[in-house]
Write a protein that binds this ligand. Structure first.
Ligand code: SF4
Length: 432
C-alpha cells in the first residue's frame, strides 16, 4: 500500500502561495509526500481566500467540488483566510470537512498529521514535488496596519510585521541556488517593509540584489503614498530589480479614496507616475481599481476613466466593490448596483485593452530579455520585464527549423525580438 500523501490546493493571491509552500516544506520535513493530483492524495488541504465575494465563492466551490470527490478514507482539510473568517459556518454547512484552521496555524496542521498517522508513515523517506517554474514568491512581511475601509485583511491577518531581513536573504539564496531566475517580493503592504524593525524595503532589495547569480527581482503591491525617493532610486539603480511598478491606486478621486480610508487623488497619483517616469523612462506600471465603492457616482467613475486614459498604465486589474461584513464600508450608504459595477468594469477594461494594445504595438521590432517559463509544441512561453507571472500575459516565441529547446533554454533568459502583438500577449522570435 502506498504511503499517505497530501495535495495542497491554493486559492487567492501569491501570498497564499507562499503560505502553501511553507506548509509543504514543514509537511515534507515530517515525511509527508505531496502530490499534484486528487486521486493520489490521502489528504486534500485547501488554502482558502476570503478577501472579496468572488474569491470567497471560488474557495467554497473548490471545497464543494473536492468534497464531492471524497472517497474512502480521504481527508479534507481547510485553512487560510476564508476559514479564519467563517470557521463555524463552514464546518456546519460542509460536514465533509475533516479539520479546519485559520491563518498562521502551520504548527497545528503539522500536529494533526502527527496525531493522524503512524510513526512509520511519518518517517518514510519521500521525494518532494519541486516547481519547475523559474520564479519564486518571497513573502517579506505579514499583516497590515492600514485602515482601508473596504478591506478585511487586517482583521484576518493581524497587524503589520516584517520578517527578519537575514531570513529573507537566506530564503532568496536558497531559491537562487535551486535555479530560480525571478524572485518576487510580496506582502500585504510591501512598501512598509522594515518600518517596524528600523530597516526599509530598499535595504532588503539591496541585500538580495547583492547575492551572486543571474536573476531578476520583482516587487508586487507598492502602496502609493509610501513610494519615496529612496525606493525609486533603488529600483532605478539596482540592475537586478525590474523597473516594474505594481501600485494599487484603487481609485483616482479624492472623495472616494477618502471614503475608502486611503489618501491621494488623481493629481497626486499622476505626479507620482510622472516622477517615476522621469527617473526611469522604461518603467512599467500595473495598477488595480475597485469600482462601485459606496458613494461612487457616475461623475466619479468618468473621472476615473479619464485618469486611466491619462496615466497610460501597461496593465490594469479592476474589481467590483465587495460588501464585506465587519468593514467600515459595509455600513456606508449609497451602495452601487451589481449591474452598474459590471458595466463600469467592462468600460475600464475596454479602454485599457486599447491602451495596452497600443503600448504592445510599439514593442514590435525591439529585442528584450525574456525569462522562459515553459515549452510547448514549436513554441516557448516566456515573459519580459513587463509581465508578472500569472497576471500580465506572456511572450510566445515561435521556434523555426533547427532551433532546439535544451535544458539551458528552459527556465533561463534569452533575447527575443518582438514580431507581433495583441492587447495581452506578444509574439517573438529568438534573437539571432
Ligand atoms: S493596504 Fe489596505 S487594501 Fe491592502 S491589505 Fe492593507 S488595509 Fe487591505
Amino acid at each position: 500500500m502506498s504511503a499517505p500523501a497530501a495535495l495542497i490546493v491554493t486559492l487567492g493571491c501569491p501570498k497564499n502561495k507562499v503560505d502553501s509552500e511553507n506548509l509543504e516544506n514543514l509537511l515534507h520535513k515530517q515525511g509527508i509526500q505531496t502530490v499534484s493530483s486528487v486521486k493520489d492524495a490521502s489528504f486534500v488541504i485547501i488554502n482558502t481566500c476570503g478577501f472579496i465575494e468572488s474569491a470567497k465563492q471560488e474557495s467554497i466551490n473548490e471545497i464543494l467540488s473536492l468534497t464531492a470527490e471524497k472517497a474512502g478514507n480521504k481527508k479534507i482539510l481547510v485553512f487560510g483566510c476564508l476559514a479564519e473568517r467563517y470557521k463555524d459556518e463552514l464546518m456546519a454547512e460542509i460536514p465533509e470537512i475533516d479539520a479546519i484552521w485559520g491563518v498562521g496555524k502551520d504548527e497545528e496542521i503539522v500536529r494533526y498529521f502527527k496525531e493522524t498517522l503512524t510513526k512509520e508513515q511519518l518517517t518514510a523517506e519521500k521525494p518532494r514535488n519541486i516547481s519547475r517554474l523559474p520564479y519564486a514568491y518571497l513573502k517579506a512581511a505579514e499583516g497590515c496596519n492600514r485602515k482601508c475601509s473596504f478591506c478585511v485583511i487586517p482583521s484576518i491577518r493581524g497587524g503589520f510585521r516584517s520578517f527578519p531581513i537575514e531570513e529573507i536573504v537566506q530564503k532568496a539564496k536558497v531559491q537562487i541556488e535551486a535555479g530560480k531566475r525571478e524572485l518576487i517580493f510580496v506582502a500585504q503592504d510591501l512598501t512598509s517593509y522594515g518600518a517596524d524593525t528600523g530597516s526599509s524595503l530598499s535595504d532588503l532589495i539591496r541585500k538580495v540584489a547583492a547575492l551572486s547569480g543571474d536573476f531578476w527581482i520583482r516587487l508586487l503591491y507598492l502602496y502609493p503614498a509610501s513610494i519615496n525617493d529612496e525606493l525609486i532610486a533603488c529600483v532605478r539603480d539596482e540592475e537586478k530589480v525590474l523597473k516594474y511598478f505594481d501600485i494599487p491606486f484603487q481609485h483616482s478621486e479624492g472623495r472616494i479614496l477618502k471614503a475608502m480610508g486611503r489618501s491621494g487623488d488623481s493629481g497626486q497619483h499622476l505626479k507620482l507616475i510622472g516622477k517615476i517616469r522621469s527617473e526611469i523612462p522604461d518603467a512599467v506600471f500595473r495598477t488595480t481599481f475597485i469600482v462601485g465603492h459606496p458613494g461612487e457616482t457616475h461623475r466619479d467613475f468618468s473621472a476615473l476613466m479619464s485618469f486611466v486614459n491619462e496615466a497610460q498604465f501597461c496593465h490594469v486589474g479592476v474589481f467590483s466593490y465587495s460588501d464585506e461584513e465587519g468593514t467600515r464600508s459595509f455600513n456606508m450608504a449609497k451602495k452601487v448596483s451589481e449591474k452598474t459595477m459590471k458595466k463600469r468594469i467592462d468600460d475600464i477594461m475596454m479602454l485599457q485593452a486599447k491602451i495596452s494594445y497600443e503600448k504592445n504595438l510599439k514593442l514590435i521590432g525591439g529585442t528584450y530579455p525574456a525569462l522562459i517559463d515553459e515549452a510547448g509544441e514549436g513554441i516557448l512561453i516566456g515573459r519580459l520585464q513587463r509581465h508578472a507571472p500569472e497576471i500580465d500575459g506572456n511572450v510566445i516565441i515561435e521556434l523555426h527549423g533547427d532551433e532546439k529547446v535544451d535544458t539551458d533554454t528552459l527556465s533561463n533568459f534569452i533575447n527575443v525580438t518582438i514580431i507581433d502583438a495583441s492587447e495581452y500577449d506578444l509574439t517573438g522570435k529568438i534573437h539571432d
